[in-house]
Ligand binder design. Structure first.
Ligand SMILES: Cc1ncc(COP(=O)(O)O)c(C=O)c1O
Length: 394
């Protein structure tokens, strides 16, 4: 019977991991995986997380199931933390297994509507959106977002593309530290985008995965706060994997702002979709997050570590630019210091990207994404030299 199972596309990041493992070179560099690493190449458990875990061990009285939409306290605390005053009773919320399940629950909901809206995606964008929307049978279409050879946001083309959207369609954008480009819209562009969405009746859907990695936690919540305050209907997905360094513990949330008459029905719809998929929210990661956010001293400790992670990532970005200038006297990679978060795209075409791996043992995600947090001083020198050599031969 299983002979009929067809080939499924494998995530390019997983394919990259296999290529990297098979590469025999000792000085190979793996810049593919989307996980933060410190200067020692470690992804340690944050101190605040350890302390919160200890507190949970001592105080947790039961491991019975939570409600289908999780712990209302977690959703309330996180909703207020991220959306500020714009978060109130007007939201349907669910505690989810990371951001991926929040995205999937929403995609299922959209795909199951009698008249499914089109979800408009930026190109390029997070590689898992299309598999999630496809699995949910949701409708989607693309607008251009970024030109990797020019290292620029294609803002006008994005707005132009959105003119084909209908009222009631959805625009899926990211918060700070855009994955995979590292290129975030400036405030004027963001406001112009919201003007267009509002004027055309397009619902904003914002996916927040790197809060705290651009300016600081509070400032990085601004996009979500603006959308939440301005739109009567909007969608916010959050993962805390990166901001709290709790990748495998799966803490995330889905927040949907609805009109009052739709709220109870939406809550039942979200609950039913959770029941038929993830079924119940995992508790450990979200409880750690709630414990930290509700305790002033743990919160200070966590924010200090988040600041350190952000500073390291920004520092590597600056070192890439400084190394290129001092070693080669060129500024091809200057844009990297102007971008945010762990990811940027290298300004390479497909053949050059192949040469980067084949000739230099530098592994990036297909499409040219590198994770700067995986670079130390030697890696930076190697990368800068390799990109220069490859592009000189352009
Ligand atoms: C933009 C974006 N959204 C969502 C996610 C999913 O996060 P999680 O792995 O916590 O589900 C990621 C993870 O890399 C991401 O980069």
């Amino acid at each position: 019977m299983f002979e009929q199972v067809e080939e499924y596309p494998v995530d390019p990041i997983m394919i990259g991991a296999d290529y990297f493992a098979a590469d025999p070179r000792v000085d190979k560099l793996n810049l593919t995986v989307g996980i933060y690493q410190d200067e020692l190449g470690q992804t340690p458990v944050l101190k605040a997380v350890k302390l919160a875990e200890q507190k949970l061990v001592e105080t947790q009285a039961s491991k019975s199931y939570l409600a289908l939409t999780g712990d209302a306290d977690y959703c309330r605390v996180l909703g207020h933390e991220v959306m500020g005053n714009a978060y109130d009773d007007g939201w349907v919320s669910a505690q989810t297994s990371g951001g991926a399940v929040a995205l999937r629950v929403m995609a299922d909901l959209l795909g199951q509507m009698p008249h499914p809206p089109t979800v408009w995606l930026q190109t390029p964008t997070y590689g898992n959106y299309v598999p999630i929307l496809t699995a949910a049978h949701a409708h989607f279409a693309h607008v251009p977002y970024y030109d990797r050879l020019k290292a620029q946001i294609t803002f006008d083309q994005m707005l132009d593309g959105l003119k084909a959207a209908k009222a009631g369609d959805v625009f899926l954008m990211q918060g700070v530290c855009h994955n995979p480009t590292g290129a975030d819209m400036n405030v004027e562009q963001f406001n112009a985008l919201l003007d267009l969405l509002e004027a055309r009746g397009i619902i904003p859907w914002i996916d927040l995965a790197y809060l705290g990695f651009a300016q600081n936690w509070d400032a990085d919540c601004a996009m979500a706060r603006t959308i939440a305050a301005r739109f009567p209907e909007c969608i916010v997905c959050i993962t805390l994997s990166k901001s709290f360094g709790i990748y495998r513990d799966r803490a995330g949330a889905l927040f949907v702002k609805t009109r009052a008459g739709d709220r109870e029905r939406m809550h039942r719809a979200v609950s039913a979709i959770v029941r038929s998929g993830a079924s119940h929210a995992p508790d450990h990661g979200p409880s750690v997050v709630r414990t930290i956010l509700q305790d002033e001293s743990l919160k200070r400790l966590w924010l200090a570590d988040l600041d350190r992670m952000r500073a390291r990532v920004a520092g590597v970005r600056q070192q890439i630019v400084a190394t290129e200038r001092s070693l080669l006297g060129t500024d091809q990679l200057t844009y990297i210091a102007e971008q945010y978060g762990m990811f940027s795209l290298l300004p390479l075409n497909e053949a050059q990207e192949t040469a980067l791996t084949r000739d230099h043992g530098i592994h990036v995600v297909k499409g040219g994404r590198l994770n700067v947090a995986r670079l130390g001083a030697d890696g930076i020198t190697k990368l800068v030299g390799a990109v220069s050599e490859i592009t000189c031969a352009r």
